[in-house]
Write a protein that binds this ligand. Structure first.
Ligand code: SAM
Ligand code: SF4
Length: 335
């Protein structure tokens, strides 16, 4: 029997059950790959979704089949009403997770626990304080690192996201993997992606192949054990034989994983995006505030989703800077 059509199913049969909500365009760090040096023009406050609007719009997605929500930003924890938003979303009985730079996580441990938020992805691009300061333009290494250890001690599932940039932090690949010897942490190396104003070019890219070669030369080829991928995987995961934690590679640039994509993004100013790389957006908040039914708008954008990376299916097309200048900076998309 054929499945009834669902507004979250695209023309390639992919069902979008995973909603990533950006809570804010603001951040307490200034990562060079994420936001341009002079910052980004922020939406007026009145254009940012309120806690109530986030809850009601998220509820419509849940009613239509979303089972997982990740809170992101900007830095989601700088939002003053973060705890209220979290508590309301927890009442939807879905799987809740967050992506954060960990600078403020110590203040929210009890909220995470009471709302059953177990999965915490943390960005940490260097284990060297000076490099951390250079890449984030802020001196918060100690706080972030201490908070990551605290999250692990408190029993959260922690994944560390590292955006690798050639000749900047690619010499730390083995140091990060070494953390998994004793810590039950998942390291995820992310290929540097092009966005408006982040000075991407392909010479800065460290590819999946290079990361695996570095790992193999340091730990020994036969000690790198491939793990089974999740159904909707973004990271291809591995474990060094005998180590407690794992490491993975998110290769959106050199080897995209679009076939299994189940993600849709809601920006802090209430736009949905069907792909990180797409500059096509639908303003749900405007329609919602006018009392319109937003379901046809959601369906319309899902149906327009391309098979691969917003139509940039090969590396040559992705390599064209013109195509990224009309897209937002990552800080205002919500990674
Ligand atoms: N502030 C939080 C954080 O840093 O984890 C959440 C927002 S941040 C935009 C979400 C994720 O996007 C982070 O893991 C960050 O490393 C990733 N990211 C930002 N810009 C990127 C880029 N140009 N290429 C690859 N990943 C990027
Ligand atoms: Fe802020 Fe996260 Fe972007 Fe860094 S990656 S500037 S922490 S939003």
């Amino acid at each position: 029997m054929t499945q009834p059509s669902n507004i979250l199913t695209d023309s390639f049969g992919r069902k979008h059950t995973y909603l990533r909500i950006s809570l804010t365009e603001k951040c307490n760090l200034r990562c060079t790959y994420c936001m341009p040096e002079n910052g980004v023009p922020l939406s007026p406050k009145s254009d940012i979704m309120t806690a109530d609007e986030i809850f009601k719009i998220a509820s419509i997605f849940v009613k239509n089949g979303v089972t997982k929500i990740r809170l992101t930003g900007g830095e989601p924890l700088v939002r003053k009403d973060f705890s209220e938003i979290l508590k309301r979303l927890a009442s939807l009985n879905i799987s809740l997770s967050i992506t954060t730079n960990a600078v403020l996580t110590d203040r929210f441990i009890s909220d995470f626990k009471s709302c059953n938020l177990q999965d915490i992805n943390v960005s940490l691009d260097s284990l060297n304080r000076d490099k951390f300061v250079y890449i984030t333009r802020r001196d918060q290494f100690k706080k972030a690192y201490q908070n990551i250890i605290q999250l692990l001690e408190e029993g959260f599932n922690v994944k560390l996201n590292i955006v690798l940039i050639k000749n900047f932090n690619d010499n730390e690949i083995h140091d990060f993997i070494n953390l998994t010897k004793w810590l039950p942490v998942s390291i995820r190396f992310i290929e540097f992606m092009p966005f408006d104003g982040n000075n991407w070019n392909k010479s800065k890219l460290v590819t999946q192949k290079e990361i695996l070669q570095t790992a193999a030369s340091y730990f020994g080829n036969t000690n790198i054990l491939p793990l089974k991928n999740d159904a909707h995987f973004t990271a291809r995961n591995y474990q060094v034989n005998g180590f407690k934690g794992t490491f993975g590679i998110i290769s959106s640039v050199s080897n995209p994983f679009c076939d299994s994509c189940n993600r849709i993004r809601l920006t802090a100013n209430g736009r949905i995006k069907n792909c990180l790389f797409s500059n096509n957006e639908t303003n749900l908040l405007h329609a919602f505030r006018n009392g319109e039914n937003i379901e046809p708008l959601i369906q319309g954008l899902i149906k327009k989703k391309h098979a691969i990376r917003a139509g940039m299916s090969d590396f040559e097309t992705l390599n064209n800077p013109e195509l990224h200048n009309n897209n937002r900076s990552m800080i205002t998309i919500g990674g």
